[in-house]
Design a protein. Structure first.
Lengths: 423, 282
């Protein structure tokens, strides 16, 4: 087990295009770090640089404190799970798992190898399939074999390259918890690449958001969600995504596409003397006013609007409201949409209200929101003006404490189990 | 797909039967003829009246009439075809590996040239080749046939292997490297086992092309020093000038078909389709 340190890593291809541009990241021993971003943001390239399949153009890569830039993949002692599993089709499941052990010639006796295979197979529930070829396995089983091959050799770190993207939704959920459980149990440093933000939010101790080869923010999932540093991170994290709309400031009032509201103090301070800002409101910041208690309702603002389309999901209801955007921020919002792999279809915002709401397509209704929760971004730079560094730091500290505690608990349980088994 | 109706079944049976007869009747006829006595060749019956191995004796036994001609030709055919196949497969494997894996200028040119060479009519280059070979001393030598055979076998080998290599997921090689293999170990343990069926199939095709060639064989040879079997068959003679060597030719045809059948049976196991399935998500 080891820490991984990325120091100003750069990857330039032959045409000078920087796929990864000056990424610095400290991954602590035993930490689970997610690299996330839209397609083409350089997250897979970064992972392949760590494992040694891509050359590093510039910067330092340290594993366990030693610089490994020039080391071949085989000398880095890392285990990787590929997106398409990359199982050896001519070998049985058992031999696939044993492959890395057999390559380390003379290091393991045949007995040891067999014991390790059995152990890995038990962990991953593959015992019944050990003699089968990968071609005869289901997608989930192949995925588990690939993981078996990774855990069997006690590598310094696990690297996952979108390991679940080829599975269907149900299996993906199961494997996600399986990976989380395995990582906690083994306590191995893990770097996990994904474009799926559910995976990013649920699995990671910390999440690194990348955009066009540059690191935007590294923080705990909660800090990313509540205290994003800029428009990009705010728009990328969260599903459905955060709504962005123009906000015209006039004295102590701010005019949003659906009405004009007095600005709370904190927001006004963040806005400063700007006349036009981009306002970010998460869908769950809204509520159907008719379902709210009077006391709570008084803490926010209400406004009337016409609902375009609704989606009832059982647990909640999404309602879409079209709006006219301001020409001065239209370009910025369009660029953001492109960066987020969007289609730039139409400007609308989505609100997530209680599923008991009777709002339906085309209804005129009254919605409620709390202006104090809105995020305000600079329309030029995209920087989050309302971000509170202290709160963000506190969230990260809490998160780190939680992580260490759960890691310790998991290891403790594992030890107890091993003791009761008698080995 | 529902099950076939009785009518459809009958229809398919008739079609299958017709195709089988069409394909196999000539083979059966050659085999039957090879067992006929020279005097009974024109009796008009399909099966020999008296079964005999006289024709096989003529081409194989030490005192057979055509034995010299046939055995030396067989030796030439086997030697030349094997060498041409081996060279073609080695060169084509390297070329196809590069074409499938690397992006280099001129990649398309190589593939197009290979295709162009393979569709070039053999008969149009055989006369110039005849003159050149005589001048530089390659006429009537093994090498003199191996080189033109390479021009036939290389293009198709490169195309087949390039197509095959493109299907091999290269992530396997990378996975092996991450698992602790050197580049060579990764190639040998992860790629070679997957490439082997393709290489065998290509070798088989290349061998048959060389084995079956007639035009080069008859044009670029003059003695038993290099003359292959298909050409040698034309030089068989009967016991007298009034007797056709049809029986001996049939027997020789059967004998040269045997290695082909044996090869197919041997390599059949290697040519297992879908070996790469399951390596990656299909």
């Amino acid at each position: 087990m080891a820490s991984i340190t990325l120091n100003n890593l750069v990857k330039k291809y032959g045409d000078g295009f920087p796929a990864v541009n000056g990424v610095s990241l400290d991954i602590a021993d035993g930490e689970f770090v997610i690299l996330v971003g839209p397609s083409g943001c350089g997250k897979s390239t970064l992972l392949r640089m760590i494992v040694g399949l891509e050359d590093i153009t510039d910067g330092d890569l340290q594993i366990g404190g030693a610089r490994v830039n020039e080391k071949a993949p085989k000398d880095r002692n890392l285990a990787m799970v590929f997106q398409n599993y990359a199982l050896y089709p001519h070998l049985t499941v058992a031999e696939n798992i044993a492959f890395p052990l057999r390559l380390a010639k003379g290091k393991f006796s045949e007995d040891e190898i067999q014991r390790k295979i059995r152990r890995a197979a038990e962990t991953l529930e593959l015992t019944d399939h050990l003699d089968r070829k990968p071609g005869n396995l289901s997608g989930g089983q192949r995925q588990r074999v690939a993981m078996g091959r990774a855990i069997v050799r006690e590598a310094d770190a696990f690297l996952f390259d979108e390991p679940l993207s080829n599975l269907d939704a149900k299996l993906r959920g199961q494997m996600r918890t399986e990976i989380a459980r395995m990582q906690r149990r083994l306590g191995t440093t893990t770097v996990y690449v994904t474009h799926d933000q559910t995976e990013a939010m649920t699995l990671g101790d910390r999440v690194a958001v990348l955009r066009k080869g540059e690191l935007q923010q590294v923080a705990s999932p909660r800090a990313l969600y509540e205290q994003p540093v800029n428009l990009f991170v705010a728009g990328f994290i969260g599903s459905p995504p955060m709504n962005f709309m123009p906000g015209e400031v006039d004295g102590d009032r701010i005019t949003l596409p659906f009405g004009s509201f007095p600005m709370p103090e904190g927001i006004a301070a963040a806005v400063g003397d700007r006349r036009l800002v981009i306002v970010g409101l998460r869908p769950e910041f809204f509520e159907d006013a008719s379902l709210m208690e009077e006391s709570k309702r008084a803490r926010g603002e209400t406004f009337g609007t016409t609902i375009d389309v609704t989606e009832w999901l059982g647990s909640e209801l999404y309602a879409y409201v079209p709006f006219e955007t301001h020409p001065d921020v239209a370009a910025k919002l369009e660029e953001l949409d492109r960066d987020l792999d969007g289609e730039g279809m139409r400007s609308q915002f989505v609100v997530a209200v209680d599923s008991a709401s009777r709002v339906r397509d085309g209804d005129d209704t009254t919605l409620w929101f709390d202006p104090a929760r809105m995020l305000v971004f600079d329309p030029e730079t995209g920087v989050n003006l309302t971000r509170d560094d202290e709160v963000a730091a506190r969230i990260d500290v809490e998160n780190d404490e939680d992580r260490k505690a759960s890691l310790a608990r998991s290891q403790e349980r594992e030890k107890a189990k091993a003791a009761s088994r008698g080995d | 797909m529902g099950s076939l109706t009785a009518r459809q079944k009958v229809g398919w049976a008739v079609i299958t039967g017709a195709v089988l007869v069409y394909a196999l009747f000539p083979v059966a006829s050659v085999i039957a003829t090879s067992f006929k006595l020279p005097s009974q060749l024109d009796t008009g019956t399909f099966l020999p009246q008296d079964w005999t191995v006289e024709n096989y004796e003529a081409i194989l036994s030490p005192d057979g009439a055509a034995q010299d001609l046939f055995l030396s030709a067989l030796r030439n055919s086997i030697g030349i075809s094997l060498i041409a196949t081996a060279v073609a497969v080695v060169l084509a494997t390297l070329a196809a590996y590069a074409i499938a894996r690397l992006d280099f200028p001129g990649k398309r040119v190589i593939l197009t040239t290979a295709l162009g060479v393979s569709i070039f009519p053999v008969i149009s280059i055989v006369t110039p080749l005849f003159n050149i070979w005589r001048t530089i001393g390659l006429y009537d030598t093994w090498l003199g046939l191996i080189i033109p055979y390479l021009s036939l076998t290389l293009p198709i080998s490169i195309w087949t292997l390039a197509a095959f290599f493109r299907q091999i997921p290269w992530e396997l090689e990378q996975a092996a490297q991450v698992d602790g293999a050197t580049s060579w170990q990764a190639f040998r343990k992860a790629i070679v086992p997957l490439a082997a069926p393709g290489v065998f199939t290509t070798a088989l095709i290349a061998f048959f092309i060389a084995w079956n060639d007639f035009v080069y064989g008859i044009s670029l040879t003059s003695t038993s020093a290099a003359r292959p079997v298909p050409a040698a068959l034309a030089f068989f003679t009967g016991a007298s000038q009034f007797e056709e060597p049809t029986g001996a030719i049939s027997a020789a045809a059967v004998v040269v078909t045997v290695p082909v059948v044996v090869l197919v049976l041997l390599f059949q196991r290697q040519i297992v389709a879908g070996l790469t399935q399951g390596a990656v998500k299909g």
